[in-house]
Design a protein around this ligand. Structure first.
Ligand SMILES: Nc1ncnc2c1ncn2[C@@H]1O[C@H](COP(=O)(O)OP(=O)(O)OP(=O)(O)O)[C@@H](O)[C@H]1O
Ligand SMILES: Nc1nc2c(ncn2[C@@H]2O[C@H](COP(=O)(O)O)[C@@H](O)[C@H]2O)c(=O)[nH]1
Length: 189
């Protein structure tokens, strides 16, 4: 089976992490843990949700791609992806749209991009607040140019990504199942 990485992208609060966890639980995909300099949220653990870094330690890793998002650095390492593929042929990762574009450019068909769409920005804000995000952080995030950019599928991903509207989570899961099944059942190359 060809190694693939399922890249879940979309705006903050659109449900990327929820879908990534579904891919892990249902299809046993290995999660690629990324690196960030932002502070952990209350429930987040180092090495599980992210590798939490200082600016100095962040700069020492070897990244396939890295970005600045709402004033913090984020990056995904080559080693993280290779390690994930040693455990299972299908890996999954959560990235902003800039990272998703880079994955598609660098990995071609090995990167399966799923863009989650939630058009209602009031709903996105509500989801972040319900998740327990600090309200000052939410206010900063929704004013960031990266958040505003990720509200729409980027032109560079048109025709190269699956777009799934994530309002009803059960419907989303069914659509995700259809996408993944195509790759599970493809003939040997
Ligand atoms: N379809 C849905 N309907 C309602 N709530 C949802 C849905 N999908 C996810 N959520 C909830 O919305 C909140 C945000 O989801 P999640 O953390 O997965 O988003 P995210 O895109 O990873 O966000 P971020 O980029 O800010 O980390 C969570 O509390 C999650 O349980
Ligand atoms: N391009 C990358 N984007 C990443 C990476 N790790 C996470 N992210 C995305 O950043 C924003 C903000 O994340 P948050 O956890 O602070 O809400 C979100 O869109 C993530 O998907 C990465 O390594 N590269």
């Amino acid at each position: 089976m060809t190694n693939r990485v399922f890249v879940i992208t979309g705006a903050a609060g659109s449900g990327k992490t929820t879908v990534r966890n579904y891919l892990h639980d249902k299809f046993h995909m290995t999660k690629v843990i990324t690196h960030t300099t932002r502070n952990p949220r209350d429930h987040e653990k180092d090495g599980v949700d992210y590798y939490f870094e200082t600016k100095e330690s962040f700069s020492k890793n070897h990244y396939l791609e890295s970005v600045t998002y709402a004033g913090n650095f984020y990056g995904s390492s080559y080693e993280g992806l290779e390690e994930a593929w040693k455990k299972s042929p299908f890996a999954c990762i959560v990235l902003d749209t800039a990272g998703a574009i880079t994955y598609k450019e660098k990995l071609g068909d090995q990167a399966v991009i799923i863009y989650l769409k939630v058009g209602d920005t009031t709903e996105l804000r509500k989801r972040m607040e319900c998740r327990g995000d600090n309200s000052a952080m939410v206010a900063k995030r929704i004013q960031s140019k990266e958040y505003l950019r990720d509200l729409e599928m980027p032109v560079a991903l048109e025709g190269k990504a699956y777009e799934i509207v994530n309002t009803d989570l059960q419907k989303t899961q069914r659509k995700i199942d259809k996408v993944v099944t195509q790759y599970l059942t493809e003939p040997m190359g």
